[in-house]
Design a protein around this ligand. Structure first.
Ligand SMILES: C[S@@+](CC[C@H](N)C(=O)[O-])C[C@H]1O[C@@H](n2cnc3c(N)ncnc32)[C@H](O)[C@@H]1O
Length: 284
């Protein structure tokens, strides 16, 4: 019997074989390290252990492909359930939320001379933005767009917006990976990218940072999160921000947890939005 996990594993191996098929210019040997790890659980071990791919692709592509093979072998995440640890104030997720909310509070000006624009990319149930705006004295002058794909989370966020009577808040059900989702709200003063960088490929993380000048007004704050679970790529992310017209204003990485929260200030020139451009696709 092929269960869905077994199906995904076989699909992953086929995909790996297609992408890494020998091209006669063998420069890198990949003995399907990830395949061996997968094979230890399944009936396909003998087949997978025989697969050896020789190819001329760069090692970074191999790492991405390995990640994709692992990802394809996982069950999809239930993004409604994912929010459950927020009910426990001591959970790492709640602790992360508290730091994000604090950073958002600091990013909100004490006096508003003009309406303020906020974008939340993959907003989930909107806990960060809504939790802060409910006590912000100028919330009626904030226009925020929360973009979230899961209808159940959109519904929860909308109920909260209604309960708090936050009239300038839009909760948009759609694909936050497409820049079209931000037409009419970009350039923003604050952009949140929380719970995103851990769920997309490294290439997509850097592609997203590259495109931020299309979402950020001059002086905008970007609040982002990323796990520091090994291999910790937060140093590379921080360096990339610094090399692309962002100045780091905070990086919270408490010792006893894996999450980190970064804040970067945009010092470059805003760019016009290219709605057809794609930032990322979730891999889980
Ligand atoms: C890790 S959760 C983070 C939620 C929220 N930002 C937070 O920190 O509480 C990721 C969220 O992204 C949503 N999501 C996944 N793919 C998406 C996409 N292409 N566009 C918009 N939302 C997406 C999921 O439904 C989920 O709610």
């Amino acid at each position: 019997m092929f269960g869905s996990v077994a199906f995904h594993r076989v699909a992953a191996i086929i995909a790996a074989t297609l992408v890494l098929g020998p091209d006669g210019r063998a420069q890198a040997s990949w003995d399907v390290a990830s395949g061996q790890a997968i094979a230890t659980h399944g009936r396909f071990q003998p087949i997978m252990n025989r697969i050896h791919c020789h190819c001329a692709v760069a090692s970074s592509s191999l790492v991405q492909l390995r990640d994709r093979v692992f990802t394809m072998s996982r069950e999809p995440t239930d993004w409604l359930q994912w929010h459950t640890p927020y009910h426990d104030p001591a959970s790492p997720l709640s602790r992360r939320l508290a730091i994000v909310q604090q950073q958002l509070k600091w990013a909100l000006p004490p006096l508003l001379e003009r309406p303020l624009r906020v974008i939340s990319i993959c907003a989930g149930q909107g806990n960060d933005v809504l939790g802060v705006l409910q006590t912000y004295p100028h919330a009626d002058r904030v226009h925020a767009r929360l973009v979230e794909l899961d209808e159940r989370n959109v519904h929860t966020a909308l109920k909260q917006v209604e309960a708090l009577q936050l009239r300038g808040i839009e909760v948009k059900c759609g694909d936050a990976g497409r820049l079209a989702a931000y037409e009419g709200i970009a350039p923003a003063d604050i952009v949140l990218i929380c719970g995103v960088f851990g769920n997309i490929s490294e290439a997509d993380i850097f592609r997203t940072i590259d495109a931020l000048p299309q979402l950020c007004g001059r002086g905008a704050s970007v609040i982002w999160t990323r796990t520091r679970r090994a291999p910790d790529i937060t140093p590379a992310i921080r360096r990339y921000f610094a090399e692309h017209a962002f100045v780091e204003t905070a990086f919270d990485a408490p010792d006893e947890v894996e999450f980190s929260v970064g804040v970067h200030h945009f010092v470059g020139g805003p760019q016009s939005l290219q709605p057809d451009h794609r930032l990322f696709s979730f891999v889980v």
